[in-house]
Design a protein around this ligand. Structure first.
Ligand SMILES: *Cc1c(COP(=O)(O)O)cnc(C)c1O
Length: 465
């Protein structure tokens, strides 16, 4: 399996090279040169596999088979808080919540990152290399990255968060990880200041090389690949490949819904993709009227979807444009320059035949959380609620098609919104119940580049040996 860039100018790579590179050197995103497709009989044969076994089989199809995948998947998902790893919970006569939040940080990013940390470590170890991962977080992504990298021998990780501006749960999920390769820095400033510092470190070429800076951001192909298996697990459980299913995904960067699209491309009968947005509704506007124009990001009750430029959309665009790298590059360049993406009408029509867009504001989100609680005693977090409301509003006309809703965060991760809607404050799962008693370790530093770089340098245990 080789990977090519959506912008057509990068040399083809194998899975491991794509894992380490992240972005292609022409600015594009890596996609498989050809999509692996399974027959109905091959899909049927995977029914009933334990989740780690299913994940290992699917990842092998993407060229990750040189790694000890089965052991990695067993380890990555062994610590999850549910024996099914990704349980499917029926919400009403046709909607099913696919719970992706039983990992260490209670959100779906763990599904990919728990595996990615191990993959990175394995490949770096084999090459005798090491990296320093730096990142900025406003809350959630930082803890998923820290849990993915903790105790990995070839990785050091430094995460910047804005001092006093994350919730206490979010801060403690990061700062109570006392592994020696993890360092948390509370920056005196806001999230933008943290992000600017990370960008400045990457732009400081000598520092970047000295520290071997790296990131595990959401455009990394391996993250998408690691998200395909749970859609396969859910579809197979509901009768695929002998029965059609639909999927509803609360969406930000388009990574999670793209993984569902990949599952369809591999031969699973997914009839529709329903995209749920909060008031940051660029994707819904695109599907409604071919208007892909970025607007200022506004805060909402579902902060992990407060995104205006859905970076993984480029991979779908590449397909919609007939895998024409030059056309994709041109479209993306114009989007950057003009703030509006010129998608040809035929490509837009193709997208609307498969994708349906739905927008829900904060009031609607609270009333959906209340609805799920009063009708079925199901406590949903605000992101998941956007997905369930979208599923109910835009389910396929054929009522025999069940809808799989990606439940992306545990309700205890967003207790304030859940309590406002239902009067119930969801408790943390038992394995995190002592979070508020755990020792924390972090440094508070001023937001100037010299100070932060010195802290990163001091932390990085370089290849001294
Ligand atoms: C990241 C995230 C999303 C959005 O996922 P994308 O892959 O960026 O579309 C939705 N819900 C939660 C809880 C998240 O953490």
């Amino acid at each position: 399996m080789r990977y090519i860039s959506t912008r057509g100018q990068a040399a083809p790579r194998d899975f491991e090279a794509v894992l380490l590179a992240g972005l292609a050197e022409d600015g594009g995103l890596f996609v498989p040169e050809t999509w692996p497709v399974l027959s109905a009989a091959e899909w049927r044969a995977m029914r009933g596999l334990p989740y780690p076994a299913l994940a290992a089989r699917i990842l092998a199809l993407f060229g990750a088979g040189e790694m000890p995948l089965r052991a990695m998947c067993d380890e990555a998902y062994g610590g999850f808080g549910h024996p099914a790893v990704v349980p499917l919970v029926q919400l009403d006569h046709r909607c099913f919540a696919l719970e992706l939040f039983h990992g260490p940080t209670l959100a779906f990013k763990d599904m990919a990152l728990q595996l990615l940390g191990r993959m990175f470590d394995h490949v770096l170890d084999k090459r005798g290399e090491r990296v320093t991962i730096v990142g900025a977080t406003s809350g959630d992504t930082g803890s998923a990255a820290i849990e993915a990298c903790r105790d990995r021998s070839a990785i050091d990780i430094v995460i910047l968060h804005p001092e006093g501006r994350t919730s206490e749960v979010q801060r403690r999920q990061m700062t109570s990880v006392l592994a020696p390769n993890v360092r948390n820095i509370a920056v005196k400033g806001d999230f933008d200041a943290c992000q600017d510092l990370v960008k400045a470190m990457f732009n400081d070429a000598p520092f970047r090389t000295e520290m071997r800076l790296s990131a595990v951001n959401s455009i990394n192909w391996a993250r998408i690949a690691a998200q395909v298996p749970y859609y396969a697990a859910a579809a197979l459980a509901l009768g695929a490949p002998d029965r059609e299913v639909a999927v509803s995904v609360p969406t930000g960067n388009f990574g999670n819904v793209l993984a569902a699209w990949v599952a369809r491309r591999m031969g699973l009968p997914i009839s529709h993709f329903i995209i749920g947005s909060n008031r940051n509704d660029i994707l819904a506007r695109f599907l409604a009227s071919n208007d892909m124009s970025a607007q200022p990001v506004e805060p909402s009750l579902s902060p992990s979807m407060d995104i205006q430029v859905s970076s993984n959309f480029e991979r779908l665009l590449f397909e919609l444009l007939g895998r024409d790298g030059a056309a994709t590059a041109d479209t993306m360049t114009r989007f950057r320059a003009e703030g509006r993406m010129p998608v040809p009408d035929a490509a837009w029509r193709e997208a609307t035949a498969l994708f349906r867009g739905f927008t829900l504001d904060d009031a609607g989100t609270l009333s959906e959380i209340r609805h799920l609680w009063t009708t079925g005693q199901y406590l949903a977090d605000p992101h998941t609620a956007v997905g369930t409301a979208a599923a109910r509003a835009l389910a396929p006309e054929d009522a025999a098609i069940p809808v799989i809703v990606a439940a992306t965060a545990h309700p205890a991760k967003f207790p304030d919104a859940v309590e406002r809607a239902t009067g119930i404050r969801p408790p943390l799962p038992a394995r995190l119940a002592d979070l508020y008693q755990r020792e924390e370790r972090f440094d508070v530093l001023p937001g100037d580049l010299g100070t932060i770089e010195a802290a990163v340098r001091a932390h990085a245990r370089r290849n001294a040996a």
